[in-house]
Ligand binder design. Structure first.
Ligand SMILES: Cc1cc2nc3c(=O)[nH]c(=O)nc-3n(C[C@H](O)[C@H](O)[C@H](O)COP(=O)(O)O)c2cc1C
Length: 156
């Protein structure tokens, strides 16, 4: 299966996980760029509010066409118990092109299961595999076995 990893990351944790998955799969990757300012405490508060209200956000147009891939592997940090706004925006703008999906996320510690459920509802497709890790697991490289298991579940 021709696969594409698509991820958003505000502070680099989900990006680190995305790059680890990419290096094992050897596939293409695309970082979703949120054009709204989200730095600092104010950015944090605005992002919580935007996530709770299910707001979309202006994003840089993607370079890769999701339609030419058999599998889109979507990664997000958890914001206020759900996906980040840029991830929501990407899914809504591209879901008609998805053939198969898989999801991964990073979180301080809560909201992983409910976020995957919401991503599934939004994408309109059941994920082939999911991987939810805590920020600590990613930053301290404690997640090698879980990443391997996720890759195996993708069946590529
Ligand atoms: C706006 C905002 C809301 C967050 N809400 C949650 C949350 O509800 N539950 C949780 O476990 N972590 C939450 N976090 C923590 C992030 O999910 C976590 O730090 C993640 O690994 C950050 O990934 P990133 O570096 O790719 O942006 C939140 C972080 C931000 C910025």
């Amino acid at each position: 299966m021709k696969s594409l990893i698509v991820f958003y990351s505000r502070t680099g944790v989900t990006k680190k996980l995305a790059r680890a998955i990419q290096s094992l799969l050897g596939c293409d990757a695309e970082e979703i760029v949120d054009l709204k300012k989200r730095r600092g405490l104010l950015g944090f508060i605005i992002s919580c509010k935007d996530a709770i209200l299910k707001h979309q956000t202006p994003v840089k147009p993607p370079e890769k066409d999701a339609a030419v891939y058999d599998l889109i592997i979507i990664g997000t940090p958890i914001w206020a118990g759900t996906m980040s706004c840029a991830t929501r925006t990407y899914i809504m703008q591209n879901r008609a092109k998805f053939k198969n999906v898989a999801f991964f996320c990073t979180a301080g510690g809560s909201g992983i299961t409910s976020t995957f459920r919401r991503m599934e509802g939004l994408a309109g497709k059941k994920p082939i595999a999911v991987l939810g890790l805590t920020t600590k697991e990613v930053v301290k490289n404690l997640s090698k076995d879980k990443i391997q298991e996720f890759i195996k579940s993708l069946g590529i």
